[in-house]
Design a protein around this ligand. Sequence first.
Ligand SMILES: [Zn+2]
Length: 385
Amino acid sequence: MNDLSVITAEFGDLSGWIKRPDFWLDKPDVGLPFLKSLKTAHVHGIGTSAGGREIVAVEMGEKEPMETTTDNLCSALASVQAPPDPTAVFPPSFYGKTRRTRPVLAIQGGIHGGELTGTVAMLNLCKIVEEGADLRGKPWPRLQELARGVRLAMIPWLNPDGVDRWPFRDTSGIPSELTSRCQMGVSKDGTKYKYPGVKDFFPIPPEKTAFMGCYFNDAGVNLQYDWTSLDRQPETRAWMRYYLDERPDGVLIWHCNAGSMMGPPEPYLPEGFQHEFSRLAGAVQARLWREGHRVGRMSWAGLVGMGRPFLNQMSAVYHVSGAMPIMAELPCGAAEWPFTAEEMLDIGLLTIEETLAFAHQDGLRPYEYWGKVKKQMAAAKEARA
Ligand SMILES: [Zn+2]
């Protein structure tokens, strides 16, 4: 299942992509020691992967208590039948009797093992929160202030099995055919699994696989679709439990592709959430443009499968935890749409900064303006005093 010779037989020497700059903390071997060196972060395990690897969470910022009566959003939403109000989608029994005073943003990386640009940005964010500069020493004063004003609940490697199998580090300039082969895998009979046809098989049978693609955990499961399984993988149960416990306002979910984009909004989200996500995606895209970055596609309109009512982990994040799922595909730097490691980190951090700015101002809950809510909360507090 971990036979790299089928990859080298096709592509030859892979040594061009096993180096990384010092700031590129992509995998647990270099990332975990860094996280454990932080002074203000709480690092702890939230589960164990199919292959027996620990799934880690990193938290920064105080956790505010919530007074709820149920962990089931669907039941809470059904507790009121009339009058029909399309904006009443935050039942207090699930979201808490009182509002928390600060936004809570979860950030999730590495559900697909070889898509680690966002994890690198997340770990650099931790450094910024504590010291104001990223691991290169580049200052980010606004990002530091925005991040210190929220609770961050982060899962750097949701699929540690796939991450462990990933043979590369800095993938700037790598042929996308090579990354694709390592993401999708090769069977023992020589069949090269291809995106998206590989999704006709769920799971990928480990016993018939020479190199299991890094998309998958050691059981051959693409965790993106696991939540509808009868018997869910331990990684899926881990994120479900964790997000339910944190009940974040939004979950920034990293993937990678040859470009950079957010979206499209999930068809099985309430309309307000779809609209809010599109607005945020536009804000992030405009910011990247202003900073002079090339931004790939804004939507998946030209891709296979568009128009179908797709359902995946992003939608599940809402239906389980009530949070706004914010999907962001960061570049991997492949030769067809090249970026340097420096540029990829900048794009990741700018995406986080713009998302946090949005969370502080408009807020991640549709139909409300968080800036206004905060003012009302402050006025109420003063009246009580
Ligand atoms: Zn992905």
